[in-house]
Ligand binder design. Structure first.
Ligand code: ADQ
Length: 517
């Protein structure tokens, strides 16, 4: 019989689906914990108890108050937080309660932009998360101090510093470990150096988060470039670092992909690994999906065209089962290459195709989507907003999913697309390059190979050229297209696969002594 070491794992994250989600971070922190718990680990996820006065508040309705008010020190005083808890799918979902998490908007901001007190809100999360394993008797027992923290992105980045600066000197958490998981290096939690005093850290730890911007990045002659950079703090104090694909773990060590942190990341490359995200194969399953009108599988594809015509009907597009339908789903952000889509749209619209976009974010792109919809009534739909059922119907109903991301740490939509027989056309970067194999019609003995198209560089021309090849193949080579669909649908993107690789990294983390003693 197999014997395995199990760990007490504490995720710290600003989002966990279904409780909170603005993007892929929520998906990962909603699914990976369940996969790890299913493999025998004791798993807790600590995230804020957001309430915004809309129907999404119901997602948190199942969590009960643990009646364990806890005091933490930061921002010049004692702050009191509460903890709510729900045990679901083998995981302890813990929600930090504080008035600053209760306001309209999403976890980070509202219609006016990012909240001005995000440093406070996420500093509080980190301090509370360090207390949670010590004070919360979940199922009767605390997790205790020998746990493994998995801290995600900048919002959770203070955790390894707090462990090293505020607990270890007093003999607490001496045998814990902390792994930083980077989902997106572009956001680092940077604020003015003067805010250091708010973080609740001893003054001698300034060097961990202290950061000096290069001269070219400074805003005016008197700008000294001094800042605090929370993600940097975790990079220099975590025991190990993970990214969400292997390709991205290399890219962030280069000056092009490192967002200023490539040298620091390179200096830690011996503890830097990449593990490709999985997907929730129950939520994203074309043979059972509750959001789509007709089910299908790799052995019976017939339902897919019905999903397509239903989508065309729902969106008020001409119902044309044979017309190539291209989709885009995602945050409307520079990262996602929306400007490239915008510049290519007039040429794309000359062809007999249809194009559907779902996204929210940057207002200029939201307005452009509305404008494009009114300009190309017969061919283009731009759905501005965040809507999970529609994202499923677009994934199922389209023939092609377009992702011209400038960088993509992993990317989940291309994985969902492949599972739904929708062919990804993606920029060859990060996790997109790792997960989409370029189509080769005559790879071996006349048999074709690949699951989509990858293009590079990320320009309008190369994107259009890849899209046109895909469209030609769709129209003229039905058998090849079916081969592409089936190969994608049969790929194993389960979280269990990723969880096994995480276990290996946990093992390595405990083999070495704590990085900061
Ligand atoms: N308007 C909308 N309506 C409904 N659903 C929407 C939506 N906009 C986005 N979504 C959903 O949000 C998720 C986006 O996930 P991605 O991984 O593609 O990107 P994101 O950049 O958010 O994540 C970051 O973290 C993840 C997780 O590690 C990495 O995969 C990724 O590369 C990195 O940039 C998907 O589930 C998508 O369907």
């Amino acid at each position: 019989m197999e014997t395995r070491v199990t760990y007490n794992v504490v995720f710290v994250t600003s989002e966990a689906a279904p409780y909170s989600k603005t993007g892929g971070l929520g998906d990962v922190c909603g699914s990976l914990p369940i996969a790890l718990a299913a493999r025998g680990h004791r798993v807790m996820v600590v995230s804020p108890r957001y309430l915004n006065g809309t129907s999404t508040d119901e997602n948190c309705a199942g969590a009960v108050d643990l009646k364990c008010p806890t005091k933490v020190y930061c921002f010049g005083g004692i702050q009191e937080v509460g903890f709510f808890h729900e045990y679901r799918k083998g995981v302890d979902w813990v929600f930090v309660n504080h008035p600053s998490y209760h306001r309209p908007g999403n976890p980070y901001g509202d219609v006016h932009g990012a909240f001005g007190d995000n440093q406070f809100r996420f500093t509080l999360l980190c301090h509370a998360a360090c207390e949670a394993p010590l004070v919360l008797p979940l199922g009767g027992f605390t997790y205790g101090e020998n746990c493994l923290f998995l801290v995600n992105d900048w919002h959770a980045s203070l955790v390894p510093i707090i462990l090293a600066a505020k607990y270890r000197p007093y003999g607490v958490y001496k045998d814990s470990r902390c792994i930083l998981v980077i989902h997106n290096l572009a956001h680092q939690g940077v604020e003015a150096a003067a805010t250091y005093k708010n973080l609740g850290l001893p003054s001698e730890w300034y060097g961990a988060v202290g950061w000096i911007f290069p001269t070219w990045a400074r805003t005016h002659a008197l700008d000294t470039g001094e800042a605090v950079n929370l993600l940097k703090g975790a990079i220099v104090t975590a025991d190990r670092i993970l990214t969400v694909s292997q390709g991205y773990s290399w890219e962030i060590t280069t000056s092009e992909g490192g967002y200023g942190l490539h040298e620091l990341l390179s200096s830690r490359k011996f503890v830097l690994n990449g593990i490709t995200n999985g997907i929730d194969v129950k939520e994203w399953n074309p043979s059972t999906d509750e959001h789509i009108c007709s089910h299908y599988s790799s052995t019976d594809l017939s339902g897919k065209v019905l999903c397509k015509t239903a989508l065309q009907k729902e969106l008020g597009l001409p119902i044309k089962p044979d017309c190539p339908l291209i989709g885009f789903i995602g945050r409307l952000d520079y990262q996602k290459g929306i400007d490239i889509i915008r510049s290519a749209t007039p040429e794309l619209m000359e062809d007999d195709i249809q194009f559907v976009m779902l996204g929210s974010g940057d207002h200029q792109y939201e307005n452009w989507m509305r404008l494009a919809e009114s300009t190309y009534r017969e061919k283009f739909r731009g759905w501005v907003g965040f809507n999970v059922p529609i994202s499923h119907r677009i994934t199922a109903g389209c023939d092609i999913l377009l992702m011209p991301s400038r960088f993509e740490p992993c990317g989940l939509n291309q994985l969902y697309a492949m599972r739904y027989g929708t062919i990804p056309v993606v920029h060859a970067t990060g996790g997109l390059r790792d997960t989409v194999q370029n189509f080769k019609p005559y790879a071996q003995e006349g048999k074709s190979e690949g699951t989509g198209w990858t293009f590079s560089p990320v320009t309008k021309e190369s994107m259009l050229s890849a899209l046109r090849t895909a469209i030609r193949t769709y129209r003229g080579h039905k058998a090849s297209w079916e081969g592409l669909m089936k190969r994608g649908m049969e790929k194993d993107f389960t979280w269990e696969n990723a969880a096994i690789q995480y276990e290996q990294v946990f093992h390595w983390a405990f083999l070495d002594p704590p990085y900061v003693k």
